[in-house]
Each structure stands twice: as structure tokens, then as C-alpha cells.
Design a protein around this ligand. Structure first.
Ligand SMILES: [Zn+2]
Length: 324
């Protein structure tokens, strides 16, 4: 019998899950559709999720003993175990997720948002193993972040601390996913760079293959591909995105004094295109005492399943097992 944590990442489109032992070895992982069951019906979704988890468990040679469950979900509240007004999920209002899912697995169960789970994954299995102060920034559809200070993830008074994506970039600016104006994530994320690219296509005259792609078809990966070829519009989009990210990271450094900042997710895959200018801008805007002290690193979970590893790390941390 092998003790494992069940790590679950509930996303707007897909829900990923897998079994992870305390050393970070994955025993099977898979993904199901979050939108297969009727919209808003949490019970139906959890029943379906449970069934699929057990299907996966059956397929694994070894006998797995689930000792804890960690769940990452948008607007997941660590203190209450609830998902509250999640922007990308069909569940309405406040959903008592942990309480409902404990009917299936009566073991220690914890919930937080996906970026916080990624931060804990980095701390337990990734590049932050020996760090007590670091910031995790996830650059996907939105911008998520988790802040670790003095060795602890900061949950804040209400459980929602560390939402760098919703700090104000421009009060009169772009509307974000929650209808608020000017949030950083409307600029710095896979979606943000796409919006910036379209603005640049209107502002600049340069020829670019990006002109032939519709807004709905354009992806951050296409912008990356063009920027690597030296396309002036795509390069300008990366420049602008990196400048905003670098500026805001210098603000974060002034408050948290981290040892490192980890970048994870779709846009972080652009590598030097994003990391180099972001670091340069961060240093340019940095409060002197912090200059040249903070590194920006790719997440060590990037090519592994960060979402599942992160949520299972959350469970292991809750159980209190120290992982070396
Ligand atoms: Zn926002």
C-alpha cells in the first residue's frame, strides 16, 4: 500500500488530477472536462470527478492509499474550504466545496487558489525548496500569484491574499474578467499580451503575419513564435508586457523582499523574450536597497504537471509531513 495525496486542479475548462507521493512522484494523472456536467450543478460535477478519480486509481498497478486531498481552484478559500464567486466556473455564489467532497474522501482536505497551490508546489517539490521568501507568478489566461514570506504562504485575513493580477494598472483601462477596469492581468497574461498585440497592430504600420489572424484565433504562442522571428509587432508586445511586469514586480519586491520570483504558465514559456526585459525593467524601477538581489526564475514545475503537483503538495503540507 502506497500513501499518496490526491491533487486536483479545477479550471474553467478542464479539471486535472493525479496521485503524488510525498517525494513528488506522480502515480497517474489525467484530465476531465469541467463543463461536462450541467452548469452550476456542483453535486453532479463532484460525483463525476469522484468516479473518474476511482477509474484512474483502478488503472494503477500499485495499491494507493489516499491520505489527503489538495484542491486548487479559482477563488478557492483556504480558511473556509469554499469557492467564492469564481469568475471562470459555472458554480454560482459560494460553494462549500471541501464539505461536499469530503462525502467521497473523508481525509484531510484543503483548498486554495491555483497560484497559491503552485507556490506550495514550488516550495515542496520545485526550485524554492530552500527558500523562505519568494513569489510565484502564473501567467496563463489571467495572472495569478502566491506570496511566501518567512516560510509561510500568505493567506491574509480572509484567505484571498496575494492577488497581484488585480492590482490596478490603469483605473480607466481595460476591463478584466470580473468587470473591473485596469487590472494588471488584463495587460500581463496570455490574454493581456494578445490585447496589447491588437492595439499595436492598429498603432503601428509594420507588416506582420499577425495581421491575418483574427482576435479569437490569436494565441500567446503565436505571438511568441513571431517575436522569435523578429516580428516588430510581436517584439513590441513582449517589450510592453515585460515593462509592466517588471515595474509591478519591483513594487512587490519593495513590500515582500523575496529571494526569487518564479514565473510559470503559458506566457512564461517564451523564455528570454519575457525574462530578460522583465528583469531589466524590474532593476530599472527598483528601490535601491533591493537592486541586483532578486532573481527571476522559470518554475521548476513548468514541464511537470504544476497544477497537480501544487495541489498535492498543499495536501502533504497540511498533513504536516516534511518533505526533503
Ligand atoms: Zn481584475
Amino acid at each position: 500500500m502506497k500513501d499518496v495525496a490526491l491533487g486536483i486542479d479545477i479550471g474553467g475548462t478542464n479539471t486535472k488530477f493525479g496521485f503524488v507521493d510525498k517525494e513528488g512522484n506522480m502515480y497517474g494523472e489525467t484530465s476531465i472536462s469541467t463543463v461536462k456536467t450541467p452548469p452550476g450543478d456542483v453535486d453532479a460535477f463532484l460525483k463525476y470527478l469522484y468516479k473518474e478519480i476511482e477509474v484512474l486509481r483502478e488503472q494503477i498497478q500499485e495499491d494507493l492509499n489516499i491520505v489527503g486531498v489538495g484542491i486548487g481552484a479559482p477563488n478557492g478559500n483556504y480558511f473556509t474550504g469554499t469557492i467564492e464567486y469564481a469568475p471562470n466556473l459555472s458554480f454560482q455564489g459560494i460553494v462549500d466545496l471541501v464539505k461536499l467532497f469530503k462525502r467521497y474522501y473523508d481525509v484531510p482536505m484543503v483548498l486554495t487558489n491555483d497560484a497559491n497551490a503552485a507556490a506550495i508546489g514550488e516550495m515542496i517539490y520545485g526550485g524554492a525548496r530552500n527558500m523562505k521568501n519568494f513569489i510565484m507568478v502564473t501567467l496563463g489566461t489571467g495572472l495569478g500569484s502566491g506570496f511566501v514570506a518567512n516560510g509561510e504562504l500568505i493567506y491574509g485575513n480572509d484567505g484571498f491574499a496575494g492577488e497581484m493580477g488585480h492590482i490596478l494598472q490603469d483605473p480607466e483601462g481595460r476591463v478584466c474578467g470580473l468587470g473591473r477596469k485596469g487590472c494588471l492581468e488584463a495587460y500581463v497574461s496570455a490574454t493581456g499580451i494578445k490585447r496589447t498585440t491588437f492595439r499595436l497592430l492598429a498603432d503601428m504600420n509594420a507588416e506582420s503575419p499577425l495581421r491575418d489572424i483574427s482576435y479569437n484565433q490569436l494565441t500567446a504562442a503565436m505571438i511568441t513564435e513571431q517575436a522569435l522571428k523578429g516580428d516588430p509587432i510581436a517584439c513590441a508586445a513582449f517589450e510592453e508586457t515585460s515593462r509592466l511586469l517588471g515595474q509591478k514586480l519591483s513594487d512587490m519586491v519593495a513590500i515582500f523582499s523575496p529571494e526569487a520570483i518564479f514565473l510559470l504558465g503559458g506566457l512564461a514559456k517564451a523564455g528570454d523574450l519575457l525574462f530578460k526585459p522583465t528583469k531589466a525593467y524590474m532593476e530599472q524601477y527598483m528601490f535601491q536597497v533591493f537592486r541586483d538581489k532578486v532573481v527571476i526564475l522559470p518554475s521548476a514545475l513548468e514541464d511537470r504537471n504544476a497544477a497537480v503537483l501544487g495541489s498535492s503538495a498543499l495536501a502533504w503540507k497540511e498533513i504536516g509531513i516534511k518533505v526533503d
